[in-house]
Design a protein around this ligand. Structure first.
Ligand code: G4P
Length: 540
C-alpha cells in the first residue's frame, strides 16, 4: 500500500460530475484589507445572501445565530471559521471563512490546509502587510494556487507598477495582471480587462452592474472619448508593456502556485469583483489529491476519506458538544453511514451532519470530495483526525505553528485540578492554544498566537469547566520542535537546557527560545539536532 501504483484502480468516475463542479477556497488578507467586504460580494453574486451587510453583521456579532461562543458576542470579533457554500454559474463554491482578528491566525493557517486555492486581498494603499506575508508563507508550504485582488482602488493608493513590484518581491511570487487600473482614488476611472479586451468604467456603488465597454483594439477612439486622451494614452502604454512582459496566463503555472493572476478593483463598490469570480471559476482547481501517511489519495476514489481541520465549541456551556469541521478528500460522505475513525480505531456514524449555506446550517444526506461537513462531536475528535472507510492512514500536511506568546498556567483552585486538566486538554484538542509541559517537571505552559486567546481560554476554563486560572507571562518568543537521529544527544540537550525545554501534548520535544539570537546560537552549537518552527500533527 506504500506506492501510488494502484491509484488508477482506485479512481472511479462515478463521482466525476459532482467533484469536478466543486471549488473549495478561502479569502485571506491582512485585517481591514477588505476580506469581509469581498466575501459579501461573492455571496451576493452567488445569491446566497440578498442584502449587503449580512456578512458584516457576523463580524460585528449582533446575531446570536452565528455565535458559537459567548465570548464572540462580548468582544465583537469573529473567532469562528465557518463555511459558506453557494452556486455560481453551475459551479459549487465552498468558501471557507477565516477569522479576521490576527490573534486567531492559527485558525486561519489551519483552514488553509483544507482549501484547494486562495484569493489574497491586498489593500492598494497599504500594500503588503505583516499578515499578508505570513499567510502567503503558509500557502507556500503546499504551493496553494493564489489569485490576488488589489482592493480599494477608489482610494489614493501606491503607484500600480511599484505596488506589483513590492508584492512580487515581498511575497516571492510572480504576478500576472489580468485587469489593469486607470488611475486610483478620485481619479479612478475603471479597469481594462486585458484578456477580454474590454473596459469597465467605474462608478461608485454600481452593485456589480459596471458600465462595460468592449473595444476591438486598444487604439479605438472610444477609449479617448471615455477616458480622455491622456489616460487613454497611458493605458495603451501600460497594457502594451504588460502584454509584452506577461503574454497570456499560464494556467498550469497558476495551478502550481508559481504565478498569481492579479485583479484590481474596489470590493465596497462591487467593482472588478465579477471579473475575478468569472476567472476564478474558470481556472481555480477542483478538489485535489492529498498526501497521507501511506499514499496519495485521489478525490475520485470510491471510498470516502476526510480530515478534521477545525473544531468549534458549543455556545452553551452546559453542553460540551462541539462541531468538528471535516474536509472530504475523496468519495462520497453519507449521513448515518459508519466511517472509520483511524486514531480511535473505531467506527462511528453521524446522524445529523451539517452543510453550510451562507450562515445557515442544514442537515445533509450526502457530500462529496471538496465539501466541508460539520460533524456533531461529543469529544471524539482532535484537529487532524482522519476518517476513512476502513483504511488506516492519516492525512499529512496539517501543521501546528509555533506560538508567539507563552504563559504559565497557575491553578487558582486546587480542588478543580482535574477539571483544569480536562479543560486544557480539550481546548488544545480544539486548536485554541498549544500546551507544553516543562521538561522533567509539571509546569504547564500555554502558547498562543495572540493575547486575546488567553482571555478566551481563561473565560472558557471558568465557564465550561469551572476551573479558575491566572497566567504568568514567560519571556519566550518561539517554540521549536526538535528532531535528531541521535536520541542520546537530544536527551542531553533537553536536560541541559531544562529551563527552556518542554514537551508538547503529544510528547514531542520542544525548545522554547527567548530570542532569535539564542536560537541561532543553539542551532549552530547543536548540528545534530534539527529545529522546526512547525510540527506536523501526523508525521508520515
Ligand atoms: P477585513 O474583513 O479584511 O478586515 O476588511 P473589511 O471587509 O471589514 O473592510 C475593512 C474596511 O475597509 C471597511 O471599512 C470597509 O468598508 C472598507 N473597504 C472595503 N473595501 C473597500 C474599498 O474597495 N474601498 C474603500 N474605500 N473601502 C473599502 P470600515 O470603516 O472599517 O467598516 P464599515 O464601517 O465600512 O463597515
Amino acid at each position: 500500500m506504500n506506492s501510488n501504483a494502484d491509484l488508477p484502480l482506485r479512481r472511479n468516475m462515478k463521482y466525476q460530475e459532482p467533484i469536478s463542479r466543486r471549488r473549495t477556497f478561502a479569502i485571506i488578507s491582512h485585517p481591514d484589507a477588505g476580506k469581509t467586504t469581498l466575501t459579501e460580494k461573492f455571496l451576493l453574486f452567488g445569491g446566497a445572501i440578498q442584502v449587503a451587510g449580512a456578512v458584516k453583521s457576523n463580524k460585528i456579532k449582533k446575531h446570536a445565530t452565528s455565535d458559537f461562543m459567548e465570548i464572540e458576542r462580548q468582544r465583537g470579533i469573529s473567532v469562528a471559521t465557518s463555511v459558506m457554500s453557494f452556486e455560481y454559474k453551475g459551479t459549487l463554491i465552498n468558501l471557507l471563512d477565516t477569522p479576521g482578528h490576527k490573534d486567531f491566525a492559527e485558525d486561519t493557517y489551519r483552514t488553509l490546509t483544507a482549501v484547494d486555492s486562495v484569493i489574497l486581498v491586498v489593500d492598494s494603499v497599504n500594500g503588503v502587510e505583516e499578515q499578508t506575508r505570513r499567510l502567503m508563507g503558509v500557502c507556500r508550504m503546499r504551493d496553494t494556487p493564489v489569485i490576488l485582488f488589489i482592493n480599494k482602488m477608489d482610494r489614493d493608493g501606491k503607484n500600480r507598477f511599484d505596488l506589483l513590484e513590492e508584492v512580487e518581491k515581498e511575497l516571492s511570487i510572480e504576478l500576472h495582471p489580468m485587469t489593469w487600473p486607470i488611475n486610483s482614488g478620485k481619479e479612478f476611472k475603471g479597469v481594462y480587462n486585458i484578456a477580454e479586451k474590454n473596459l469597465l468604467l467605474f462608478q461608485a456603488g454600481t452593485k456589480g452592474n459596471e458600465d462595460i465597454l468592449t473595444v476591438d483594439n486598444l487604439f479605438s477612439a472610444i477609449l479617448d472619448e471615455r477616458l480622455g486622451e491622456k489616460d487613454a494614452t497611458t493605458l495603451r502604454e501600460d497594457v502594451e508593456l504588460i502584454d509584452g512582459v506577461h503574454g497570456t496566463l499560464s494556467v498550469e503555472r497558476y495551478l502550481a502556485g508559481k504565478v498569481a493572476p492579479v485583479f484590481f478593483g474596489s470590493a465596497i463598490n462591487n467593482f472588478g469583483v465579477r471579473e475575478m469570480l468569472n476567472t476564478f471559476i474558470r481556472i481555480a482547481p477542483a478538489p485535489q489529491s492529498r498526501a497521507t501517511s501511506t499514499r496519495q489519495v485521489d478525490p475520485h476514489e470510491d471510498k470516502m476519506t476526510g480530515f478534521v481541520f477545525k473544531i468549534h465549541a458549543n455556545l452553551d456551556p452546559k453542553h460540551r458538544d462541539r462541531i468538528a469541521f471535516m474536509r472530504i478528500c475523496s468519495g462520497k460522505f453519507e449521513r448515518s453511514k459508519y466511517f472509520h475513525h483511524v486514531r480511535l480505531g473505531k467506527d462511528i456514524r453521524f446522524t445529523n451532519p451539517y452543510s453550510f449555506m451562507a450562515r445557515d446550517k442544514n442537515i445533509i444526506e450526502d457530500a462529496f470530495a471538496g465539501d466541508v461537513v460539520g460533524l456533531f462531536d461529543t469529544g471524539n475528535f482532535k484537529i487532524g483526525d482522519t476518517l476513512t472507510e476502513g483504511e488506516k492512514f492519516y492525512f499529512t500536511g496539517i501543521p501546528s505553528f509555533s506560538p508567539e506568546i507563552f504563559k504559565e498556567v497557575v491553578n487558582k483552585d486546587p480542588l478543580k485540578t482535574k477539571q483544569l486538566e480536562k479543560g486544557l486538554l480539550q481546548l488544545t484538542e480544539e486548536g485554541v492554544a498549544q500546551l507544553f509541559t516543562q521538561f522533567g517537571g509539571t509546569k504547564k505552559i500555554i502558547g498562543c498566537v495572540g493575547e486575546l486567546q488567553f482571555e478566551v481560554i481563561q473565560y472558557r476554563l471558568l465557564h465550561e469547566y469551572g476551573a479558575s486560572v491566572v497566567f504568568n507571562p514567560l519571556s519566550f518568543y518561539k517554540a521549536c520542535w526538535l528532531r535528531g537521529a541521535d536520541g542520546k544527544k537530544l536527551e542531553d540537550f533537553l536536560r541541559f537546557k531544562q529551563a527552556n525545554a518542554g514537551v508538547d501534548k503529544d510528547g514531542n520535544p520542544v525548545y522554547l527560545t527567548q530570542s532569535e539570537w539564542f536560537l541561532n546560537t543553539e542551532i549552530s552549537n547543536n548540528p545534530d539536532i534539527q529545529f522546526h518552527f512547525t510540527s506536523e500533527i501526523h508525521r508520515s
